[in-house]
Design a protein around this ligand. Structure first.
Ligand SMILES: [Mn+2]
Length: 473
């Protein structure tokens, strides 16, 4: 039997994508799923393909029915799909996944999997699946959903190797480095791409969770894999461990994380830990994202993936997606809040907007939250109201909040409105010109700061411009 390399499957998927005029990406909500969606969306942006991203907690009959009802031209499933091909009938789709394919799971193993072992013989109705199981590899450690999506992106354009770090974040999120303390199989090839492109630096070091952002004693206290008597789950014991070594736990007011330790401190700690547990249990490869700020969750793959998991867990997958796609302002701010368990911030913000009420104008809608929601998150929160039934999906929304230097205005639109001619960045450009504020952005999301006394004038102007944009296309 001809067994294609996973690369050939990816090329097949890429050609199918190129033929489409619009794609719906459906992804899972864990860190791997969010990284997958990030890769898919950035790749489709890169080739100028119109698309929309949806998230599914699970892909069941009800979800498949809903998807079918929307009559999508082409669906790209990432980090899910292979285990559900039996319910995806009548959906044009490609699948990049690493879960066990339907025909291979359970007792029904003698049935030939529906796949592309022989491209020429495959009827059109079959699904294109980029999945390591089809090439005799183990999906639990060879490659993640993000890795599979990455292979498709790379097949779309080799330049998209610049997204390889997201595939590493996805793999680490699915703990594919855990067994050996390092990534293996196809993940290794992706890692090589990432290193060559300068988006990942691999180091060998203590690989416990929180090495960048947690106080070092907390890192050790919560390292549940280690199970060291008197230290694991024992903050006093963990602090004592470091203090007995003469390690300063604080610098000034701040707790010191592992990355703040100097070389000799690190050596001392590693030697002392090695007396308690075998070094393989706490030393391994660590994947650094050198373009991100050191000492933040984004600077290391494991912490990055945990940040994404917090977004998915709190029904805010879209925030994680924005972070994957490069938002280092509002979405990142909200993601940090979710990471700290501040889900309330998001829920309360949505509630506040509803209580204040959305004011309707002819072509736009707006909400002025005053100082009740921070200006750094208000736009993202407003954008999350689309599709919730809480606002009018046919108009862009402008959220206004007090900022240090005036009133921050954040505009958010939808894919459909962009198609109809909406360009929020143009509105902000004109507003800045007229009111001498500051601002800019994209067609779908943009912001500006305007003087408080000019707010009404701004809204009139925005209403007028949106009216023009939506009627002239
Ligand atoms: Mn996965």
């Amino acid at each position: 039997m001809f067994i294609p390399a996973v690369k050939e499957l990816a090329e097949k998927a890429a050609s199918r994508l190129r033929e489409a005029s619009k794609v719906i990406v459906v992804s899972h909500i864990d860190a791997d799923g969010l990284s997958s969606a990030g890769i898919a969306s950035l790749a489709l942006d890169h080739i100028g393909m119109e698309h929309e991203v949806k998230f599914a907690k699970k892909l069941d009959e009800a979800y498949a029915d809903e998807l079918r009802a929307s009559k999508p031209e082409l669906v790209w499933f990432t980090d899910l799909g292979s285990g559900s091909t039996d319910i995806l009938q009548d959906l044009e789709c490609i699948i990049s996944d690493h879960h066990k394919p339907v025909a291979m799971s359970g007792s029904n193993t003698n049935k030939k999997p529906k796949t592309l072992f022989d491209f020429d013989d495959v009827p059109d109705s079959d699904f294109i699946q980029v999945n390591p199981h089809f090439v005799g590899r183990d999906g639990s450690n060879d490659i993640s959903g993000a890795g599979a999506a990455y292979l498709v992106a790379k097949a779309l354009d080799p330049e998209l190797r610049k997204l390889a770090h997201l595939a590493i974040v996805g793999a680490v999120g699915d703990m594919q480095d855990r067994e050996l303390g390092r990534l293996q199989g196809t993940n290794r090839e992706i890692l090589a791409d990432a290193e060559n492109f300068g988006v990942i630096e691999t180091i060998e070091d203590v690989n416990l969770f929180g090495r960048e952002t947690r106080p070092v004693w907390k890192m050790l206290q919560y390292a549940s894999d280690l199970q060291i008597n008197g230290i694991t789950d024992d903050y006093r014991g963990s602090m004592d461990f470091f203090m007995e070594l003469g390690i300063n736990l604080k610098k000034g007011e701040n707790w010191r994380a592992w990355v703040h330790m100097n070389k000799s401190e690190k050596r001392l700690i590693i030697r002392a830990l090695a007396d308690l547990v075998s070094p393989e249990e706490f030393i391994g490869e660590v994947y650094i994202l050198p373009m991100e700020k050191p000492g933040t969750e984004l600077h290391e793959a494991k912490e990055f993936s945990t940040l994404l998991n917090s977004c998915g867990r709190y029904d805010a997958a879209v925030i994680g997606l924005d972070v994957c796609k490069g938002d280092r302002k509002e979405a990142l701010d909200l993601a940090y809040g979710l990471r700290k368990g501040h889900r309330k911030q998001l829920v309360d913000s949505i509630k506040i907007m509803q209580e204040i009420g959305i004011t309707q104008m002819e072509f736009i809608q707006f909400v002025h939250v005053g100082d009740m929601i921070r200006d750094t998150i208000v736009g993202t929160v407003a954008g999350m109201l689309f599709g919730s039934g809480k606002i009018d999906d046919r108009k862009p929304i402008f959220a206004l909040a007090m900022a240090d230097d005036g009133i921050k205005v954040s505009g958010r639109g939808t894919r459909q409105l962009i198609d109809a001619g909406l360009d929020l960045s143009e509105i902000m450009r004109q507003a800045v010109e007229k009111f001498h504020g500051a601002g800019g952005g994209h067609n779908i999301a943009a912001g500006a700061t305007v003087p408080p006394e000019k707010v009404n004038e701004f809204l009139e102007l925005a209403n007028e411009i949106v009216g023009h944009q939506l009627s002239s296309s």
